[in-house]
Design a protein around this ligand. Sequence first.
Ligand SMILES: [Zn+2]
Length: 67
Amino acid sequence: VKRVCSVRGCEEEAVKSISVEKIRESGINLELEAFGRRAWLCKKHYKEYKKARRKLDRLERMRWMTR
Ligand SMILES: [Zn+2]
């Protein structure tokens, strides 16, 4: 069975499964159609997720440094 990306309106084939919680934590603004604990992301949306995640890590490091 072919997995399809969990982002609403996206019909791409999914390449990665990420926990919904992690996606929310990343702050990325994606409307997910996942009802379980894991969402499936296509190549493009996985890239976006990784980018958001990297940005978040940078912000957290900055917060830590100024404390
Ligand atoms: Zn997608």
